[in-house]
Design a protein around this ligand. Structure first.
Ligand SMILES: [Zn+2]
Length: 65
């Protein structure tokens, strides 16, 4: 696995992914994060740092009540 590689291509159409600030909604919270998005078909690659970072953070905040 080469997570962190800057040169990702879309698994569907092979276009180079572009970094784009995207708003996510997760468990009722929303936050923005730069993710790799395919400019052709709109596929989004969720980076591991987002899944294990921000999303876990939101889960912790919700549990911490
Ligand atoms: Zn694509």
């Amino acid at each position: 696995m080469a997570d962190g590689n800057e040169n990702w291509t879309c698994g569907k159409c092979g276009a180079a992914l572009e970094k784009k600030k995207t708003v996510f909604s997760y468990l009722g919270r929303s936050f923005t994060h730069d993710v790799d998005v395919c400019p052709v078909c709109g596929a989004v690659r969720i980076p591991r740092e987002l899944a294990e970072g921000r999303m876990a953070e939101v889960e912790e905040q919700l549990e911490d009540k």
